[in-house]
Design a protein around this ligand. Structure first.
Ligand SMILES: Cc1cc2nc3c(=O)[nH]c(=O)nc-3n(C[C@H](O)[C@H](O)[C@H](O)COP(=O)(O)OP(=O)(O)OC[C@H]3O[C@@H](n4cnc5c(N)ncnc54)[C@H](O)[C@@H]3O)c2cc1C
Length: 796
């Protein structure tokens, strides 16, 4: 057996084999895969083999599209068959909300270049004749949908990898993983020890156990899943005899997916009475075996399916496949460098290995070989969860996700499982004041405050929600007087040490401020992509506070640690610093009433250590609302005292608590972009206008400098613009196509309603060549082309 290798992948399912192949494809041939049994010995062998591109996250959809197109490449390289059937597929809609969602998906596909289309019930009946179209409004047809042979495909990946120099060791169980002082790993197996520079955990059903060998908790859980294969169905047999094939049919109302299998049908269910499997750990002796049939669990689903697909009722059941496969709390894979670890990579929780496996393999290989993935993959980055995550969170979230597999997902929806895990000292107080809560990175965050009969539950909707009035009231209160909210949902890092300034100068592209000042700066990847949008505050020389997106703190911390230098100390103090933001024309008066310092001396972008009431605070004159405002950071133990003092001082000015919904409306007026919408690794600073914060004058080779300089010489082809949209009852959210002169030339990054300016606003990336001052466009919102005109000046 090979005993030293650059990369050791643990697990020979479809995902491990895909990672192995992609590493060789990108030029690493000294790579090996260790499989405790034969290849495909986890969930891979009993998969139904279906694949599709539809995914609520656009970048996940793009990676699924990549996966599907890869199969022909694998067949060509290896000469092996993946058993491909590109039969197409249709997702049914039996209510308006579902139809709206499909129409919105179709709109996104326009600029992605996917050839999906909305079809009516008659067309559905024609192409998928086993479907009873009663009650069906329409459907989304995707010609790329299809199915394949799971085992053949996994072996094709493996053969292609071997052809690229990879080594595969089967019947080789990894028993322990131990890191050496130099960061390399010893993998003790039942065949001897392998010394590897990097480990990839692709152990599927056993990913938790393999992770535990290195002391890492992987937040995933196997769920039981069942599909049935029927005997011959006459309608299918007739289609085949006529040289045709039946497309896949996804029926969200029945929580089922159906496809042709041989001359019969195959149907699987995401049933509500679902069951987690092996909650406390996957047994090592689980092998090529299935779970016992369980028809009780899917009784209602089958009854529904008989109505939707009447041919099923007459067809005999040939076989039942009931097996486990893994999910992360939000259903997306866990991919990337594991936070807090060196040379340890994750390729786990891939719940749709045949839709996503190729994209996961490509992403991880790019990350390992080239240092970063080519696109924003935050939706599947293992750093999207923090150290706070426990099985107590994972289990109910995975169950919720399984049950919601076919549910309509709304942009304003807050999901109920595993809530309240993390709260600040304000939680009960704000609840009593009517806070309607959302969740970010496990933390409860007020979306708005329901007062005087306003709705205490925001109805999930693609259109303007029932919280409209409450949000409007909060926005007006901020703009006319003063508003208050918490700053707990910013991440906060403390950077200190003799080398702190020099390090920040290298990590951040922007200017690092002098003592007592703050600056806004992008953080760039080596390829010039936006990987952070930070406020850097210099408290005093050698001591800096960084603030950014709360939900991206593990992602940022991982980057900081990967680029750490001697003489610098980094602390993530996101939960050790909380406090408030007060914003609006009366904010200074409120603050002045709480401190002996002269607030007029605090200039825009100043940073001061002040006592406010009795609480020691770090005070900054800045506000994401675009108003004259202050951020006050303090110890959580003193937060309630600070609140009492500010609230008392704010009362005479009508101070109003406001939530995230108002904040996201207020930022529109100032054209402030938002992290992971306008600012993400999909874009560069020059594309999004953040290049104005890059300090090209500083004499430092900051990360991403050469890429940013190249963009100065050759400006990017697209650029961010702000549109006022003649919207109806729905605003742009993200990824709506932008038509210029009748063709799709761009897409929205975000949008919303400005309650202050009373305008619907959309941020969009459009070709630079089209960027005239009086640019007119049309934006497709829920199937309607809405006129839009470019705005040049903020709306204050
Ligand atoms: C009933 C059912 C139907 C499904 N249908 C579909 C479908 O239609 N389309 C689709 O895309 N997906 C489907 N799936 C999901 C699909 O099976 C999974 O997404 C996929 O198999 C995940 O592959 P994996 O490589 O991550 O994990 P696994 O297949 O579980 O592979 C992990 C491998 O790691 C090995 N291993 C574990 N620990 C060690 C160790 N210590 N040392 C060495 N080796 C180790 C295991 O032996 C195993 O071979 C279905 C799943 C089920 C259960």
């Amino acid at each position: 057996m090979k005993t030293t290798t650059r990369v050791a992948i643990i697990g020979g399912g479809v995902v491990g084999c895909s990672v192995l192949y992609h590493l060789t494809k990108l030029g690493w041939s000294d790579v090996m895969l260790l499989e405790r049994s034969e290849l495909t010995s986890g969930s891979t062998w009993h998969a139904a083999g279906g694949f599709h591109t539809l995914n609520g996250d656009t970048n996940m959809a793009a990676l699924q599209g990549y996966t599907i197109k890869l199969y022909r490449e694998l067949e060509a390289i290896t000469g092996m068959s993946c058993g491909l059937h590109h039969v197409g597929g249709v997702t049914l809609a039996d209510n308006q909300d579902r139809f709206d969602m499909l129409v919105a998906e179709r709109a996104k596909h326009r600029y992605m270049g996917l050839e999906t289309e909305i079809i009516g019930p008659d067309e559905i009946s024609k192409i998928a004749p086993v479907t009873n179209i009663e009650g069906i409004i329409g459907g989304l047809y995707d010609p790329l949908d299809g199915h394949l042979d799971p085992s053949g495909t996994t072996h094709a990946y493996a053969k292609a990898a071997r052809m690229g120099g990879a080594h595969i060791e089967t019947h080789c169980k990894v028993l322990s993983t131990t890191q050496r002082a130099d960061g390399t790993w010893d993998l003790v197996t039942d065949k001897g020890t392998v010394h590897a520079e990097h480990i990839v955990n692709a152990a599927g059903l056993w990913a938790r156990e393999v992770g535990a060998m290195a002391g890492v908790y992987f937040p995933l859980l196997p769920m039981e899943h069942q599909y049935l294969v029927t005997e011959e169905v006459p309608q299918i047999a007739d289609m085949i005899d006529a040289g045709g094939e039946h497309p896949h049919v996804m029926d969200p109302a029945g929580e089922s997916y159906l496809r042709q299998e041989g001359r019969g049908l195959c149907i699987g269910f995401y049933e509500q009475p679902c069951r987690p499997w092996a909650v406390n750990g996957t047994p090592w002796d689980f092998g090529h075996e299935l779970l016992a049939n369980d028809f009780d669990k899917i009784e209602d689903s089958i009854a529904f399916a008989y109505r939707r697909f009447p041919a099923l009722e007459k067809a005999g059941v040939k076989s039942v496949i009931h097996g486990p496969f893994t999910f992360a709390p939000d259903g997306n894979p866990l991919v990337g460098p594991v936070p807090g670890m060196r040379n340890y990579w994750s390729a786990c929780a891939v719940m749709a290995g045949f839709s996503q496996g190729g994209g996961v393999g490509l992403t991880l290989a790019q990350w390992m070989v080239e240092g970063e993935p080519e696109r924003d993959v935050f939706a599947m980055d293992c750093a999207r969860f923090g150290a706070w995550i426990t099985p107590g969170y994972t289990v109910p979230k995975v169950v919720e996700n399984y049950q919601r597999r076919f549910s309509v997902s709304y942009p304003n929806e807050e999901l109920p499982a595993a809530r309240g895990l993390r709260r600040t000292p304000m939680y009960d107080h704000f609840s009593a004041m009517g806070a309607v809560w959302g969740a970010q990175f496990g933390l409860e965050v007020p979306n708005y405050f329901a007062q005087n009969g306003e709705p205490d539950f925001e109805t999930p909707s693609f259109r303007r929600s029932n919280a409209w009035g409450a949000v409007k009231r909060e926005v007006k209160a901020v703009r006319r007087g003063v508003g208050i909210n918490e700053v707990h949902n910013f991440s906060k890092f403390l950077v200190s040490g003799a080398h702190a300034r020099a390090w920040l100068d290298r990590i951040m592209a922007g200017r690092i401020p002098q003592a007592g000042r703050l600056s806004l700066t992008p953080m760039l990847s080596p390829k010039g992509k936006l990987i952070g949008d930070f406020t850097v505050s210099c408290i005093r020389e050698g001591l800096f506070q960084l603030t950014a997106s709360y939900g991206s703190q593990a992602y940022h911390q991982r980057w900081f640690e990967q680029n750490m230098e001697p003489g610098v100390t980094l602390q993530n103090i996101s939960d050790q610093r909380t406090g408030f933001q007060i914003a609006g024309p009366k904010a200074a008066e409120v603050l002045q009433a709480c401190t002996t310092a002269n607030v007029a001396d605090i200039k825009f972008l100043d940073v001061k250590e002040l006592v406010v009431g009795a609480t020691a605070c770090l005070v900054q004159q800045v506000s994401y609302t675009g108003d004259h405002g202050f951020e006050l950071y303090c110890d959580p133990m003193a937060q309630r005292a600070l609140w009492d003092r500010l609230w008392q001082a704010g009362k005479p000015h009508g101070m109003t608590p406001f939530g995230m919904r108002a904040m996201m409306s207020l930022r529109l007026d100032r054209f402030f972009g938002s992290w992971l919408s306008e600012f993400s690794p999909d874009y560069t600073a020059a594309e999004t206008g953040l290049d104005r914060f890059i300090s090209f004058r500083k004499n430092v080779d900051f990360i991403g400098r050469s890429a940013a300089e190249a963009e100065r010489l050759t400006p990017p082809e697209r650029q961010l613009v702000i549109f006022e949209v003649d919207a109806h009852d729905a605003d742009a959210v993200a990824y709506e196509p932008v038509f210029i002169n009748g063709t799709v030339q761009g897409f929205c990054t975000s949008g919303g309603y400005s309650h202050h300016a009373e305008k619907s606003i959309a941020f969009a990336l459009v070709p630079r060549a089209e960027m005239t001052d009086d640019l007119q466009a049309e934006i497709e919102i829920l199937g309607q082309l809405r006129p839009a005109k470019r705005l040049l000046e903020p709306l204050l």
